[in-house]
Design a protein around this ligand. Structure first.
Ligand code: PEP
Length: 249
């Protein structure tokens, strides 16, 4: 991994209340210990559990990220949450551009503005990109990823590379149990890195793989040279499985 510190992030999606989140983090802390880890570890609770999760993780190496953010600092955006609110809840960062949000209408321009809004208040960002099965089968994967990466990074300065990671998440692998092979994931992550390298230091930028990562599939994926960690959905809901993936890193 060329000295890049691995990052394992768990996306809880629409799961876990604040009480459940506290229990989960306590179990995760017991697994990981509070000493120095060889990887950065993050969990991404729903907005309603953000503050409880941040409190439960306080003093540990577990970082807390929101799952989405709005680009505006405040205003008439019913149901949305600003970057400032996420920071005030005690979170360290946020996901931006998850494919489930993009499928609900989030555009490349919004992703770029949301990345910028998060960075502006000091939040770390994991920006997600990934192609559909139809795009892969049509041979459009590289061109699609190129467009998403360039658009999403449009407002990121070179000096911000340390607080931003990019998660390559093929849509066909998310929640399907159809994990990308290490070769496919490596090839796409290398491409994402090369495109990010047009504006950021390609050696420094962390590129994660996401899509049905499990304790079984993690070791081969995480041993690829351009895969610096994982964004984990389903398997992150179980602290034992998630800790095992962290262990693989
Ligand atoms: C995700 O939601 O980002 C994800 C990768 O989910 P899963 O691990 O369940 O495929």
């Amino acid at each position: 991994m060329s000295g890049r510190r691995p990052l394992i992030a768990g996306n809880w999606k629409m799961n876990k209340t604040g009480v459940e989140a506290r229990e989960h983090v306590a179990r995760l802390r017991a697994h990981l210990g509070d000493g120095d880890l060889h990887a950065d570890v993050a969990v991404c609770p729903a907005f309603t559990a953000l503050e409880a999760t941040a409190r439960a993780a306080s003093g540990s190496s577990v970082r807390v990220l929101a799952q989405a953010v709005h680009e505006a600092p405040s205003g008439a955006h019913t149901g949305e949450i600003s970057a400032g609110m996420i920071a005030a809840a005690g979170a360290d960062g946020t996901l931006v551009g998850h494919s489930e949000r993009r499928a609900a209408g989030e555009t490349d321009d919004q992703v770029a503005a949301r990345v910028r809004a998060a960075l502006d208040v000091g939040l770390d960002v994991i920006m997600c990109v990934g192609e559909s099965l139809e795009q892969r089968e049509a041979g459009e994967t590289d061109a699609w990823l190129t467009g998403q990466v360039r658009a999403g990074l449009a407002q990121v300065a070179a000096g911000e590379v340390s607080v931003l990671a990019i998660a390559y998440e093929p849509i066909w692998a998310i929640g399907t149990g159809r994990t990308a092979t290490p070769e496919i994931a490596q090839e796409a992550c290398a491409h994402v890195r090369a495109i990010a390298g047009e504006t950021l230091d390609a050696v420094a930028v962390r590129v994660l793989y996401g899509g049905s990562v499990t304790p079984e599939t993690a070791p081969a994926l995480l041993s690829q040279p351009d895969i610096d960690g994982a964004l984990v959905g389903g398997a992150s809901l179980d602290p034992d499985a998630f800790a095992a993936i962290v262990g693989a890193a």
